[in-house]
Design a protein around this ligand. Structure first.
Ligand SMILES: [Zn+2]
Length: 97
């Protein structure tokens, strides 16, 4: 187990909310520690996110392209769940703005 990279091992996150300024960390479920596998997923997810952004795709559009829910793709990008191997943006043209 390693210190959670999201909350730095605190188990809580400080957010801009008046009612709940401190919330349990969503990444480690408030435990402050995560399994090493999450670190691997985080690295993979970060690459996925960078590739998606390079193509100027929103989470919603990218999820639709891969026939998945935006929340699942979001969780893959932050390393909460294992990133799918079949996600690729190589063949997708960059969307002009
Ligand atoms: Zn955490």
């Amino acid at each position: 187990m390693i210190d959670c990279p999201t909350c730095k091992g605190d188990g809580v996150l400080r957010v801009f909310s008046r009612e709940h300024p401190i919330i349990p960390c969503h990444f480690c479920n408030g435990e402050g520690k995560v399994n090493d596998i999450h670190l691997k997923w985080m690295k993979e997810g970060k690459i996925l996110r960078e590739k998606r952004i390079a193509k100027r795709l929103t989470i919603r559009k990218a999820a639709k392209l891969h026939k998945m829910r935006p929340s699942d793709l979001c969780n893959m990008e932050i390393g909460l769940i294992q990133p799918r191997k079949d996600i690729s943006y190589e063949t997708i043209k960059t969307i002009k703005q």
